[in-house]
Design a protein around this ligand. Sequence first.
Ligand SMILES: Cc1cc2nc3c(=O)[nH]c(=O)nc-3n(C[C@H](O)[C@H](O)[C@H](O)COP(=O)(O)OP(=O)(O)OC[C@H]3O[C@@H](n4cnc5c(N)ncnc54)[C@H](O)[C@@H]3O)c2cc1C
Length: 404
Amino acid sequence: MTTQPADIKQRKPLPAPNVDFYELAETLPADERATLKQVREFMQSKVAPIINKYWAEDAFPFGILPALKELNVMGAGMQGYECRGGSALLFGLIAMELARFDASIATFVGVHSGLAMGSIYLGGSEEQKRQWLPPMARMEKIGCFGLTEPLVGSGASGGLTTTAKRAGDSWILNGQKKWIGNAPWCDVSVIWARDLADNQVKAFIVENKSTPGFSVEKIQNKIALKVVQNGLITLDNCRIPEANRLQQDSSFRDAARVLRMTRFLVAWEATGCQMGAYEHAVKYAQERMQFGRPIASFQLVQDLIARMLANVTSCQCMVGRMAQLQAEGKMTDAHAALSKAFTTARMRETVAWARELCGGNGISLDYDVARFFADSEALYSYEGTYQMQNLIVGKAATGLSAFL
Ligand SMILES: Cc1cc2nc3c(=O)[nH]c(=O)nc-3n(C[C@H](O)[C@H](O)[C@H](O)COP(=O)(O)OP(=O)(O)OC[C@H]3O[C@@H](n4cnc5c(N)ncnc54)[C@H](O)[C@@H]3O)c2cc1C
């Protein structure tokens, strides 16, 4: 007969997993903590119960949009123009909280609010910001960001093939953009194209539904972020008014400014994604019985749990400090790149350990961990791969560029 420790025999209630071990959210002011709580409640009540079904069907849950609008968090970290504003820490913690429940919804928000609104916020004229940001902040218009092309990903800085040719008061855009999140159904695209006159990269706001020559094909058969609808955009002699060219952008350096901000965001999402996987795995381990006791009581399982928590907590500390640098205007490309690379690498480890802890059930959507496991692969690669981030860090660390 097996003997059991007293606490297991008595079935003492076990604590809920604590994913904010060093109390990062406690450092927010009270009003921002309240916003974060609303985000959590929204994700818990509206997203968590339905998301696996949409994931399995490769579909976006449009039904959640009215409640998401009410949260009023689009344009977090951006001031004015009806944006949510708030601190850099809130900006990051919202992304983390979204990803803690679902990386696809976090990505949808990251693309619309971070990449698309962020491009206009950083590169638009005053008039353009006043025209585009308020309806986007109210989610009346949803945006996407088109930089990557079918044949050009990591090498976008020097290799974009989509062209822009000035024609009087307009520009003619030609080319293709691949992997563009939200593109199959959204309203506006920020398209990055090379000006044939000076060979520099410029950004254009394209109205998807009313621009002749603009078409989108939904990308099928993904195994990650299946809820996000990604598109292959084709621009066939699209005529875009000069008024829709982002007036403050004149080279790829301006796209890099947007990517710096959104890599900051992805680092927070990668932290949130591993928090979600960790929570599900610890709860599972507390309930799953083997050899007559919960698997969470085994030493080797606790070692894995401690390692996962160390990953989550080290990422939280890193992105928390990065938010301070961002708030002080000191965050560099290398700061954002180091965090994106480190947090996504730790995320990959954490979600794999979480999946391992769930045994066979770890590969079933029904236990949630599998979704975090699969989705993490996209976060690891998008907005610049691990290698690209490390090349940015390597240049800052050594003073020598290893880019070709
Ligand atoms: C789900 C998803 C959503 C996305 N959403 C968007 C979006 O909304 N908008 C958008 O514009 N893009 C988007 N992307 C594109 C994404 O940013 C690119 O996939 C990413 O930048 C990598 O480019 P690539 O896929 O062409 O890979 P490649 O550049 O072909 O790289 C393939 C491999 O080669 C490595 N490699 C390349 N060059 C070097 C080098 N010099 N040294 C060492 N290794 C190297 C890379 O690190 C990688 O491992 C999305 C991608 C995915 C998967």
